[in-house]
Design a protein around this ligand. Structure first.
Ligand SMILES: [Zn+2]
Ligand SMILES: [Zn+2]
Length: 255
């Protein structure tokens, strides 16, 4: 299993436009965060989680040539607005399976109505094969990448966290229901939402993220969806052993 962080920033990205704080002015590459997304590679399969607003840039930077599936956590702008940019992959390789929960599909079909109810001929539309996921209903991508969707709560919105064998990715959440805690047992790697140090109504902040990590007990944990409050080099010292701030282009592997 190989997990690549394509983006680790909150919805505005870091640096934030017009901001002159220490993080936004930082020269450290680990403080430059595109919108959150990961790439998971296992058993010859490549899976993208979320088509972020920065997808085009992320795909070029990572030299993505093909995807076997796209998994969507939820339909907020920072997670979905790159969907139109899958077209070059479609042109060369055909339609792409996109997985999301029912609530997200409702919003995706409205926001990207031109994809699902095209009003003109030609112009090169994204070619999407929609799949609806349900919490706990695992499916396989290729022969040995088992994907288990799990439900987390983002304010009041149900969001999908994804487990890949013994790796899991849970972003944009303020609460992890007990059934999902149970589904996250025995992990090697947990990637978890952690917006900043101060509380927030729809995201985890450091104290809450660490308390979930001590409950779930993954072998390693990486914090993502980071705002400009987090200055990587300075703030990494605040984390316990086995927990790190993720950063763009970080690769985690069990091989
Ligand atoms: Zn987000
Ligand atoms: Zn969100």
């Amino acid at each position: 299993m190989k997990l690549t962080f394509l983006g680790t920033g909150t919805s505005t990205g870091v640096p934030s436009i017009g901001c002159e704080c220490e993080t936004c002015l930082s020269e450290d590459a680990r403080d430059k965060r595109l919108r959150v997304s990961i790439l998971v590679e296992h058993g010859g399969q490549t899976v993208l989680v979320d088509t972020s607003s920065d997808f085009r840039q992320q795909a070029l930077r990572q030299r993505i040539r093909w995807l076997d599936a796209i998994l969507i956590t939820h339909c907020h702008a920072d997670h979905i607005f790159g969907l139109d940019d899958i077209r070059p992959l479609n042109f060369r390789h055909g339609s792409l399976g996109v997985y999301a929960n029912e609530r997200a599909w409702k919003d995706i079909r409205r926001i990207f109505q031109y994809i699902f109810e095209p009003s003109y001929i030609g112009g090169g539309l994204p070619q999407v094969i929609p799949h609806t996921v349900e919490a706990g209903a695992s499916f396989c991508v290729g022969p040995d990448l088992l994907v288990t969707p799990l439900e987390v709560i983002h304010g009041r919105l149900p969001v999908v966290a994804y487990r890949f064998n013994d790796f899991a990715y849970a972003t944009d959440l303020s609460e992890i229901p007990p059934a999902t805690i149970a589904g996250l047992r025995g992990l090697d790697v947990l990637v978890l939402d952690c917006l900043r140090f101060r509380p927030h109504p729809t995201h985890l902040w450091l104290e809450r993220a660490l308390s979930y990590i001590s409950e779930i007990k993954p072998r390693r944990a990486y914090l993502t969806h980071l705002a400009h409050d987090v200055l990587h080099a300075r703030d990494s010292a605040k984390l316990p052993d086995g927990v790190e701030f993720a950063y763009d282009n970080l690769v985690i592997s069990d091989e």
